[in-house]
Ligand binder design. Structure first.
Ligand code: NAD
Ligand code: TYD
Length: 340
């Protein structure tokens, strides 16, 4: 393995993975392939833009001819697929793009990768494929019960990876990360959205009672986990990358306000997300057996993250314009009007 294609590498986790791989493995050539949708951001790759073993190609994972071209041009040996539409609320408003990228895109990458004879295909997936889990921990062999169009599209992508392994003997691995947070996360997801809104003394719309539980994983731990599975995972297997930091949304919200010295009166309880999963939680045993361990405790990771948003307004202020404001309006205007 020498030439690695990282699809979706200009997004939040993909760019952390690209930055990690470019600096950790100077002997690899890392090619980032990304459509640069609203969530893709070339600024995320500025720290490595001058490195010799890094290249960027703009393109769609569902565009077969473009994928074929990039695989040939760089003699790609392995694909790590981060490319996705990734926001649950957007998947409720408009599922089409999720099917296009998360299902069809994953299939095109697999199919072209197989024709090209790549050595390994690594699919980056999510704990949301397991659906809501009231108690206990999801294990890799648990059944899929996805509840949102986003989760269902990720499950669809994964199942195609499985089929290409079983049917065509393709070497594949899958990672299932838990809710990830850290620098460079598009400010629509809970933590960067609330941190940047609170900085401007704007209301924080907590869905429903705010007692839903997510398991938080720091982005650098997620990136190192994908690296570990790419290198050491057994072909045909899936691996949970669990943060083992379960928190209720309200607790996370209060902590963000505390870190910023802002009042809890900014909290608004708004009508719940449709089909909202109450809890995600996974066991990390299988990835741990391969030597991966998350390093960041939630308190340390959250403080580092909130400080990053305080120090990097240049990065997020220009995002919170145009299309972002249209989404905000559709998602939150009605909800905030009926908030308590
Ligand atoms: P993100 O939305 O920040 O980034 C997605 C990237 O994919 C963007 O750069 C975007 O431009 C690119 N992209 C979208 N459609 C594309 C297409 N058709 N062709 C090429 N590129 C395209 O997402 P993220 O939070 O970094 O998530 C990355 C991956 O990790 C996703 O597959 C997601 O399902 C998975 N994941 C995310 C989390 C999380 O908490 N964010 C947790 C577990 C797993
Ligand atoms: P999110 O960051 O969208 O991740 P996911 O839906 O993939 O878990 O949301 C995390 C949790 O925060 C989830 O339970 C929904 C909740 N949430 C709110 O309460 N208000 C918001 O404005 C957002 C974006 C999320």
């Amino acid at each position: 393995m020498k030439n690695i294609l990282v699809s979706g590498g200009a997004g939040f986790i993909g760019s952390a993975f690209v930055r990690h791989m470019v600096t950790t493995y100077p002997e690899y050539n890392i090619v980032c392939y990304d459509k640069l949708t609203y969530a893709g951001n070339i600024d995320n790759l500025l720290p490595v833009s001058d490195e010799e073993n890094y290249r960027f190609e703009r393109g769609d994972v569902a565009d077969r001819a473009a994928v074929e071209r990039v695989l040939n041009r760089y003699a790609i040996d392995a694909i790590v697929n981060f490319a996705a539409e990734s926001h649950v609320d957007r998947s409720i408003l408009a599922p089409d793009a999720f099917i296009h990228t998360d299902v069809v895109g994953a299939y095109i990458l697999l199919d072209e990768g197989r024709k090209h004879g790549i050595e390994r295909f690594c699919q980056v997936s999510t704990d949301e494929v397991y659906g809501d889990i009231e108690e206990g921990l999801s294990g890799e062999d648990d059944r899929f019960l996805p509840n949102s169009p986003y989760a269902a599209s990720k499950a669809g992508g994964e199942l195609m990876v499985r089929a290409y392994h079983v049917t065509f003997g393709m070497d594949t691995v899958i990672t299932r990360g838990s809710n990830t947070y850290g620098p460079y996360q598009y400010p629509e997801k809970l933590i960067p959205f609330f941190a940047t809104e609170a900085l401007d003394d704007r209301p924080l719309p907590v869905y429903g009672d705010g007692k839903q539980i997510r398991d938080w994983l720091y982005v650098d731990d997620h990136a190192r986990g994908v690296d570990r599975i790419l290198h050491a995972g057994k072909s045909g297997e899936a691996y949970n990358l669990a943060g083992e930091n379960q928190r209720r949304n309200l607790e996370v919200t209060r902590r963000i306000l505390q870190l910023l010295g802002k009042p809890e009166s900014l909290i608004r309880h708004v009508p719940d997300r449709e089909g909202h999963d109450r809890r995600y939680a996974m066991t990390a045993e299988k990835a741990r057996a391969l030597g991966w361990r998350r390093e960041f405790e939630f308190d340390r990771g959250l403080e580092a993250t909130v400080n990053w948003y305080v120090d990097n307004e240049w990065w997020w202020r220009k995002i919170k314009t145009g299309e972002y404001l249209e989404f905000y309006q559709r998602q939150y205007a009605g909800r905030l009007a009926s908030s308590s």
